[in-house]
Design a protein around this ligand. Structure first.
Ligand code: PMP
Length: 359
């Protein structure tokens, strides 16, 4: 019986990549040294990071006037880095409150002394829909508008971006980068921790329009976009292994057909699950249909004890890590790029039989 990992992050990685890492771990490229042992200044690692960037650029169609930075500190680090680097004119940002991670981003900016205006929120609706701008943004008021393109916990995603009226858009793409097509040009900044769609935890992707990056004083070096841009992400020791593993995932993504193919597969995977849930008399997904995420699907029975039984039944069938986030409860299936369609079919089969037995 195969094991399928529905974790929200760190999450499933492509099996061929795990196998390649295993093969190459003792000796990278016949060097007699492991990737975990080589210098970040070595020729071997220079090739790895340059190729990874080229593959990411090709996959996301990143224009030359955008820099790609490999940073540390996760999405949470970027909740600080984004305002510190970009909110330097008005010290004021607009935020669409679509759930937990948007709130966290706003709280971090507030704690650093920035003014954060929530310009739309679906909190009152338990985040089952996506917020719209309550009023059009006035030009020249905000340094940027922050959105969470995919809400990992609530299971919503912006498939259409808000009209910003010329205000720079910042996207926290932590849970759907490379899983669905976005136009990089619509954003001034995109960031994402690697540990969902890209590789192991420990590295954070930052894609930023170069003209937004400038020297800011009193900034910790590790959060300084200008410094990381000037030093090609090698100001200090980067997470060598994590970047190597991301590089292998990026190669795999290109071989598989790239972002459009991933989006097609993710639509198919999530579509099958949503169809099942919508038909079910026991389970439901609470999200409005046009706001539904392709990568994170929360669902529940409405009875916490029954939910726990479902999770146990799934686990017994090799379907792992389906417990929902504590703020939403129930179950959550994360269907990132590396999760095969067979995993979703196995999940639906398990839920179907559970429902039949509990009718
Ligand atoms: N943003 C989103 C959308 C997330 O899902 C997460 C992590 N689950 C974060 C930010 C925080 O990322 P990290 O744990 O890498 O700091």
């Amino acid at each position: 019986m195969p094991t399928y990992n529905f974790a929200a992050g760190p999450a499933v990685m492509p099996e061929p990549v795990i196998n390649q890492i295993q093969r190459e771990l003792p000796s990278l490229g016949g060097s007699g040294m492991s990737i975990t042992e080589i210098s970040h200044r070595s020729a071997a690692f220079t090739d790895i990071i340059e190729r990874a960037e080229a593959d990411l650029r090709a996959l996301m169609d990143i224009p030359d006037d955008y820099a790609v930075l490999w940073m540390q500190g996760g999405g949470t680090g970027q909740f600080a880095a984004a305002p510190l680097n970009l909110a330097t004119t008005h010290q004021r940002i607009a935020l669409l409150d679509s759930g937990h991670w948007a709130v966290r981003a706003g709280d971090e900016a507030t704690s650093l002394g920035f003014k954060v205006d929530v310009v739309g929120s679906t909190k009152a609706d338990h985040y089952h829909t996506l917020p719209e701008l309550a009023h059009p943004l006035t030009a020249g008021t905000y340094d940027y508008l922050h959105i969470t393109t995919n809400n990992t916990i609530e299971g919503t995603a912006f498939h259409q971006l808000p009209a910003t009226n010329g205000t720079t858009l910042v996207g926290d793409m932590s849970s759907n980068i490379l899983a669905e097509r976005y136009n990089v040009r619509d954003f001034g900044l995109i960031f994402a921790g690697a540990q969902k769609n890209l590789g192991p935890a420990g590295v954070t992707i930052v894609i930023v329009r170069r003209d937004l990056v400038h020297q800011v004083s009193h900034l910790p070096s590790m959060l300084n976009y200008q410094l990381f841009m000037d030093k090609h992400s090698l100001y200090n020791t980067p997470p060598v292994f994590a970047i190597y593993a991301c590089g292998l995932v990026l190669q795999w993504l290109r071989e598989q057909g790239g972002v459009d193919e991933m989006e097609r597969r993710n639509r198919e995977k999530s579509g099958r699950l949503y169809d099942f849930l919508d038909e079910s008399k026991l389970f439901y997904n609470p999200v409005t249909s046009n706001a539904r995420s392709l990568t994170n699907v929360p669902f529940m029975t409405g009875d916490a004890d029954l939910d726990a039984q479902v999770i146990a039944a799934c686990q017994a069938a090799g379907l792992m890590n389906l417990k929902g986030h504590r703020s939403v409860g129930g179950l959550r299936a994360s269907l990132y790029n590396a999760l095969p369609l067979a995993a979703v079919d196995a999940l639906i089969d398990c839920l179907y039989h559970f429902e039949k037995d509990h009718a």
